[in-house]
Design a protein around this ligand. Structure first.
Ligand SMILES: O=P(O)(O)OC[C@@H](O)[C@@H](O)c1c[nH]c2ccccc12
Length: 410
C-alpha cells in the first residue's frame, strides 16, 4: 500500500447552507474564469467570439456553464449526499477543463490540487497522495499554489470593490508604444528591465534589494519599460513593490509579472498601477487567453502573451488581436535556457505570419551579452526582457550599458 505513508486525516468540512446550484454556478464560473459578477454583455460577446473554437469539449463546457447560470435562480437546501455529489461533480468538471487544455497541447493541469474525492471512514476523510494530486513540475506547483492564493485574495477583495478602486488607480500608460519608440530611437530592441529578487531556478539574485532604487537605475540606464515580479512565494516579489515603483514617479510603463489563473488578477494588477500583464500560454487555454485579453483591453492593460514552443506560438497566432508576444527561452517546466529558442520560433512561414500580423516579439530570458542581444535582434525581436544579467550588477544602469555594449540612455 504505497500511498498510505502519506495518508492525511482531514476534518470533515461542512459548507454554509447555500443552494447547490448557486455554488455549482460559482464553481463553474471559477473553473472557466467567468466571474459571476462579470458583465453579461461581455460574457456573451466572449462566448460568441469563442464559438468558432473547434473544440467540442469547450463547446460542451460552455453549454454546462449556461445551464449552471440558468439553474442558479432556484434556491434549495443541500443535503449531505447532494454535497458529496457536488464534490464529485466539481472534480469531474476540473478533469474536463484539463481535457480541454490537453486537447490544445497544454500540459499544466488546472484541476484542484486536492485531487479526487476523499475517502470516507467513519467521521474522517482520507486522501491518498497520488499522480492526480501531486504537481508534476515547478510550473504546475506554482499554478496550483496560485489558484489557492487567488481564491483567498478574492474573498478578501471581491471584484465589485476592486472595480471601484480602478477609478482611483493611476492612469495606464502605453507599454507597447514605449517599446516601439525605444526601438525606433536606438535601432536596438526596446528593453523591458526586470525588477527580480529571486527565482526558483537561480535562488536569490541580489541581497540588497531595493525595488525603487533598482527601478530608477533601470530608467536612468535607458530601459523602455520595467517588469516587476509580484509573485511572493516563488520569486520573492510583491504587489507592494509594484505600487511603490509606480508611486515613486518612475515613468517607464510597468509589466505585472504574475502567474495569471483568474481574470480577477488583471483587475488587481491595474488597481496597483500596472500598465501591462503577463499571460502564459502554457497555462491558459485559448478561451482564457481570448477572454483575458479582452478584460485587459477593457481596463487599459497591455497583455504580453508568453510562449515557449511552436505549438504555443501557433495557438496565439490563431487568436485575433494579440499584438505583443514574448518568446521565453526558459522552459518553465525544466528551467532549461536556450536562446536559440527565439530564433527557431521566428523562422520560415511562422516568422512570415508574425510580420504580416505586425505582432511585436519580445525575446525573454537568458540574455547576458551584446552578442546575445544581436542574435535575438537578428532573429526578429523588437524588444527583450532581461532580469538576471542586469539586476545582479551593483549599478543596474551600468548593467544595461554592459548588456547592449553601449549607452542606450541617450
Ligand atoms: O532573469 P532572466 O533570465 O533575464 O529572465 C527574465 C525573464 O524573462 C524571466 O524572469 C521570466 C520570463 N517569463 C517568466 C514567467 C514567470 C516568471 C519569470 C519569467
Amino acid at each position: 500500500m504505497e500511498g498510505l505513508a502519506s495518508l492525511r486525516t482531514i476534518p470533515k468540512v461542512s459548507f454554509p447552507p447555500i443552494s447547490s446550484s448557486t455554488r455549482r454556478s460559482k464553481f463553474l464560473s471559477r473553473r472557466l474564469n467567468f466571474s459571476p459578477s462579470m458583465d453579461t454583455s461581455l460574457r456573451n460577446s466572449i462566448s460568441l467570439a469563442s464559438s468558432s473554437s473547434s473544440s467540442p469539449i469547450s463547446t460542451a463546457i460552455r453549454a454546462q456553464q449556461i445551464e449552471s447560470e440558468a439553474g442558479s435562480a432556484a434556491a434549495s437546501p443541500v443535503t449531505e449526499s447532494e454535497e458529496n455529489a457536488l464534490k464529485v461533480k466539481e472534480w469531474e468538471v476540473g478533469m474536463f477543463q484539463d481535457e480541454v487544455a490537453a486537447s490544445q497541447g497544454i500540459r499544466i493541469r488546472r484541476r484542484p490540487p486536492t485531487g479526487p474525492p476523499l475517502h470516507y471512514v467513519g467521521p474522517f476523510q482520507f486522501r491518498l497522495q497520488n499522480e492526480g494530486n501531486t504537481p508534476r513540475n515547478i510550473l504546475e506547483e506554482i499554478i496550483w499554489y496560485k489558484d489557492k492564493e487567488v481564491s483567498q485574495m478574492k474573498e478578501r477583495r471581491p471584484l465589485g470593490s476592486l472595480k471601484r478602486d480602478l477609478e482611483r488607480a493611476p492612469p495606464a500608460r502605453d507599454f507597447l508604444g514605449a517599446l516601439k519608440a525605444a526601438y525606433l530611437r536606438t535601432n536596438l530592441p526596446g528593453l523591458i528591465a526586470e525588477v527580480k529578487k529571486a527565482s526558483p531556478s537561480r535562488g536569490v539574485l541580489r541581497e540588497d534589494f531595493d525595488p525603487v532604487e533598482i527601478a530608477q537605475a533601470y530608467e536612468k540606464g535607458g530601459a523602455a519599460c520595467l517588469s516587476v515580479l509580484t509573485d511572493q512565494k516563488f520569486f520573492q516579489g510583491s504587489f507592494e513593490n509594484l505600487e511603490k515603483i509606480r508611486n515613486a514617479g518612475v515613468k517607464c510603463p510597468l509589466l505585472c509579472k504574475e502567474f495569471v489563473v483568474d481574470a480577477w488578477q488583471i483587475y488587481y494588477a491595474r488597481s496597483k498601477g500596472a500598465d501591462a500583464i503577463l499571460l502564459i500560454a502554457a497555462v491558459l487555454p485559448d478561451l482564457d487567453i481570448k477572454y483575458m485579453t479582452k478584460i485587459c483591453k477593457m481596463v487599459g492593460l497591455t497583455p504580453l502573451v508568453e510562449v515557449h514552443d511552436e505549438k504555443e506560438m501557433d495557438r496565439m497566432l490563431a487568436i485575433d488581436g494579440i499584438e505583443l508576444i514574448g518568446i521565453n527561452n526558459r522552459n518553465l517546466e525544466t528551467f532549461e535556457v536556450d536562446i536559440s529558442n527565439t530564433k527557431r520560433l521566428l523562422e520560415g512561414e511562422r516568422g512570415q505570419k508574425i510580420r504580416e500580423k505586425n505582432v511585436t516579439i519580445v525575446g525573454e530570458s537568458g540574455l547576458f551579452t551584446p552578442d546575445d542581444i544581436a542574435y535575438v535582434q537578428e532573429a526578429g525581436v523588437k524588444a527583450v526582457l532581461v532580469g538576471e544579467s542586469i539586476v545582479k550588477q551593483s549599478d543596474p544602469a551600468k548593467g544595461i550599458t554592459g548588456l547592449f555594449g553601449k549607452d542606450i540612455s541617450v
